[in-house]
Ligand binder design. Structure first.
Ligand code: FES
Length: 177
């Protein structure tokens, strides 16, 4: 789910989409902070993802052209950073730690509960486009395992009850919109 899409040289050429004024404005700001345009690659991908929800091939090519680097080179940056999504994801991406401490503290049970409740496994998105569940390596909060990151907020000492309360709240907020 992070990125396995390499734009093969034999593949049809991907047309860049037009970056929005907001995207170019924010990328331009980043360009003032770095001595080399290519060094902005990761930040530019994060900006596109913030606005688009994920980074399509068309977005990747657009950013690469804007920064004067090859799409292959930029795709390498996206691959290295596992929080750049190269496929569509849900409105809420649940980044679920499955590393050692969380495993010892029973993250598998919590993950199974999420999967049962939402009907999705790792790498999948609910039919309503609300949630995507992804495994991630250690989130740096091992003493409060199991841990999950969603919408920029870290959820610690997870229990089935905490998951139920969180999912119910998010689903109610979406219903009320
Ligand atoms: S192992 Fe899960 S937060 Fe460190």
């Amino acid at each position: 789910m992070t990125t396995s899409t390499i734009i093969a040289s034999s593949a049809p050429k991907v047309q860049a989409r037009t970056l929005s004024p907001e995207e170019t404005h924010e990328i331009d700001h980043e360009l003032t902070l770095y001595p080399d345009r290519r060094a902005v690659g990761l930040e530019a991908l994060k900006i596109v993802q913030k606005h688009q929800g994920w980074v399509s091939d068309e977005s990747l090519v657009a950013v690469a052209e804007y920064l004067g680097m090859s799409a292959h080179e930029l795709d390498g940056v996206a691959t290295f950073f596992n929080l750049i999504f190269r496929q569509p994801v849900g409105r809420n991406v649940m980044l679920f730690c499955d590393s050692v401490s969380c495993y010892i503290m029973g993250c598998e049970r919590i993950k199974d509960h999420i999967s049962a409740r939402l009907g999705i496994d790792y790498g999948e998105t609910t039919a309503d486009g609300e949630f995507t569940l992804l495994p991630v390596p250690c989130l740096g909060d091992c003493d409060r395992a199991p841990v999950m990151l969603m919408a920029g907020e870290q959820y610690r000492n997870l229990t089935k009850e905490k998951i139920d309360a969180l999912l119910t709240r998010v689903q109610q907020e979406q219903t009320n919109k």
